[in-house]
Design a binder for this molecule. Structure first.
Ligand code: NAD
Length: 498
C-alpha cells in the first residue's frame, strides 16, 4: 500500500520503516486506500531548516520573477486538473464536479497572487520636510506555516501558499492527515514551475507536527484553517511563541428567508448550500431562519419533497448530488447530533439515516436530514454538525432573525433571501457576521476580496487572501531619507519636519 511522505527541498522524503503512520480512507467504499506518515520532531526540524535556508535568496528574488513561477504553476494545475480532482474526490468523498470547483476557487487566488509586483508596491512622499523624502513598503516575514483542514485539500492550501510565496516568504504546509494526496501534487507542480528547493515544503502529520511548528523559533507566522477548538489552541500557542497567527475556525451559517422571497428559488439555493459536499463546507448553510407565518410551511414542505429525491453516490458517480462523509468516526458524530435533536424535541421531517441505498452500505454515507421547530437552546442549533443536517428555526420578524444570528457564537457567513432591497440593506449593515450574501446562499468572497468570519470563526486580526492576505504575509517598513550637504551642528530638540 502506498504511504504518502513529506516533501522537503523539492523531493519526496523516503518513509522510514519505523515511522508512525495513519490511514487514509476511500470514504466512498469505506476502506483504507493509503497511509500517510506522521511527522516526528526531527521531521519538523528538517522542514523548517529547508525553508529557513531557502528564504534569503527567495526573499531577494524580484516579485515579478516570483510571480512568473505562479503563472507556470497555474498552467500546470489547469493541465492536470482532472487528476487533481480525482485524488481530492477519492480521499475526501466529494463529487468530482465539486472537487473541480474547489480547484477553480483555489486557482483564483493564484491569479490574484500573480499580481505580486503591483500588490507589493509601496508608498512614497516627496519632500516631507526640506530635502527629506519618505517611503514605505512591505517586506516578507520569513518562514511561514499553513495548517489546513480536510474539507478543501487543494483550495484552502491555495488560500495561503501562493500569496505567502509571492510576498517573499518560504512555506511549510501541514495538510490534513485525512486527505494529504492533493498537497503532494501541488508541491510537484510548484517544483516543475521553477520554484527553488526549500521554498515550499509539505510536512505530513497530526498535532505533533502542528505544535512543533507553533513553538519553533524559526517560524514567523502561522495560517490555520480548521475547527474552532483547534483554531483557538493554535492562536494561543502561536502567539505565546511570538508568531503572527490567523486562525479560521468553525461555523454555523444562517440563511434568513423573508416572507416576500421566491420560495422555489430559495429552496433550490438551500439544497446546494446545505447539502452540497455532504454539508462539510465551512460556508455551508446549516440553519434556515423562516420569518413570518405565510412562507414557513410552503418552504418546509417544498424542502422535504426535494430531499426525498436527493441522490447519493460515490465520488466518481457523475449523477451523484452528495457523496459520503469523510470518515466513519465523523459519520458517527453526525448520527449523535441527530439523536440529540430528537431527544431535545426537534421534529425530524427527513431522516437521513434511512436514506442510504444498500449498494452504498460499505461507504461512509448518510442521507440528508431536516429538522423543524428547532430552538436556539438545542445542541443541534448551537454546535457545528458539519454534515448533511439542516435545522429550521421559525421567527416572527426580521429583528428576531437578526438577534438570533448576532447571538450565535459562530459568525462566519450568513445570507438573506428577499425581494426587498431596503430590508436586505438593513440586514447587511446590522448583521454581525464576516461574510454576507444577499440572494446568494454561499457568499464566499472572490480572491481579490478577503475571506474571514467574526467571533469564534476567526482568531487573529487578518482574514485570508485579498489585501488582508498580503498584509498578513508582510510587514511594513518606512524609510525617511535626507541627502543634503551637512549644515550646522547637532540638534537635540524633538525631530519635526521643518
Ligand atoms: P480540524 O481542526 O480537526 O483539523 C485542522 C488541522 O488541524 C489539521 O491539519 C489537523 O491535523 C490539525 N489538528 C487537529 N487536531 C489538532 C490538535 N488537537 N492540535 C493541533 N493540531 C490539530 O478540522 P477538520 O475536521 O480537518 O476540518 C473541519 C473544520 O474546519 C470545521 O470546523 C470547519 O468549519 C472548519 N473550516 C473552517 C473554514 C473557515 O474558513 N473558517 C474553512 C474550512 C474548514
Amino acid at each position: 500500500m502506498q504511504t504518502y511522505g513529506h516533501w522537503i527541498n523539492n523531493t519526496l522524503v523516503p518513509v522510514a520503516s519505523m515511522a508512525r503512520v495513519g490511514d487514509v480512507f476511500d470514504p466512498s467504499r469505506g476502506v483504507v486506500a493509503r497511509q500517510v506518515v506522521m511527522a516526528s520532531p526531527a521531521d519538523v526540524e528538517l522542514a523548517v531548516a529547508a525553508a529557513r535556508v531557502a528564504w534569503p535568496a527567495w526573499s531577494d528574488t524580484p516579485p515579478l520573477r516570483r510571480a512568473r513561477i505562479f503563472f507556470r504553476f497555474k498552467e500546470l494545475v489547469e493541465r492536470h486538473r482532472a487528476s487533481l480532482a480525482a485524488v481530492i474526490a477519492a480521499e475526501h468523498g466529494k463529487t468530482l464536479s465539486d472537487a473541480d470547483g474547489e480547484i477553480t476557487r483555489g486557482l483564483e487566488v493564484v491569479e490574484f497572487a500573480c499580481g505580486a509586483p503591483n500588490l507589493l508596491k509601496g508608498e512614497m512622499a516627496d519632500s516631507v520636510g526640506t530635502g527629506v523624502d519618505a517611503y514605505s513598503w512591505r517586506q516578507p516575514l520569513g518562514v511561514v506555516a499553513g495548517i489546513t483542514p480536510f474539507n478543501f485539500p487543494a483550495m484552502v492550501p491555495m488560500w495561503m501558499f501562493p500569496l505567502a510565496l509571492v510576498c517573499g516568504n518560504t512555506f511549510i504546509l501541514k495538510p490534513s492527515e485525512r486527505d494529504p494526496g492533493a498537497a503532494l501534487l501541488l508541491a510537484q507542480w510548484l517544483a516543475e514551475a521553477g520554484l527553488p528547493r526549500g521554498c515550499f515544503n509539505v510536512l505530513q502529520g497530526d498535532k505533533l507536527a502542528v505544535d512543533g511548528l507553533l513553538v519553533h523559533q524559526d517560524v514567523a507566522a502561522v495560517s490555520f484553517v480548521g475547527s474552532t477548538i483547534v483554531a483557538e489552541h493554535v492562536q494561543r500557542l502561536g502567539v505565546a511563541h511570538g508568531k503572527r497567527v490567523q486562525a479560521l475556525g468553525g461555523a454555523k451559517n444562517h440563511l434568513v428567508v423573508l416572507p416576500d422571497a421566491d420560495v422555489e428559488a430559495t429552496i433550490d439555493a438551500l439544497l446546494g448550500a446545505a447539502y452540497g459536499s455532504a454539508g462539510e463546507r465551512c460556508m455551508a448553510i446549516s440553519v434556515v431562519v423562516l420569518v413570518g407565518d405565510t412562507l414557513a410551511d410552503p418552504m418546509v414542505n417544498g424542502l422535504t419533497d426535494k430531499l426525498h429525491a436527493l441522490r447519493l453516490g460515490r465520488s466518481n458517480d457523475a449523477a451523484a448530488e452528495m457523496g459520503p462523509l469523510v470518515t466513519a468516526a465523523h459519520r458517527q458524530r453526525v448520527l449523535e447530533f441527530i439523536e440529540s435533536g430528537l431527544q431535545e424535541g426537534a421534529r425530524l421531517l427527513v431522516d437521513g439515516r434511512n436514506a442510504v441505498p444498500v449498494e452504498l452500505a460499505d461507504g461512509f454515507f448518510l442521507g440528508a436530514s431536516l429538522f423543524d421547530r428547532v430552538t436556539s437552546a438545542m445542541r443541534i442549533y448551537q454546535e457545528e454538525i458539519f454534515g448533511p443536517v439542516l435545522v429550521v428555526v421559525r421567527v416572527k420578524d426580521i429583528d428576531s432573525a437578526l438577534r438570533l444570528v448576532n447571538a450565535h457564537p459562530y459568525a462566519n457567513g450568513t445570507a438573506i433571501f428577499t425581494r426587498d432591497g431596503g430590508a436586505a440593506r438593513e440586514f447587511a449593515r446590522r448583521v454581525e457576521v464576516g461574510m454576507v450574501g444577499i440572494n446568494v446562499a454561499i457568499p464566499v468572497p472572490m480572491a481579490f476580496f478577503s475571506f474571514g468570519g467574526w467571533r469564534r470563526s476567526l482568531f487573529g486580526d487578518h482574514a485570508v487572501h485579498g489585501a488582508e492576505g498580503v498584509r498578513f504575509y508582510t510587514r511594513l517598513k518606512t524609510v525617511t531619507q535626507r541627502w543634503p550637504e551637512r549644515t550646522g551642528g547637532a540638534d537635540f530638540s524633538m525631530p519635526t519636519m521643518k
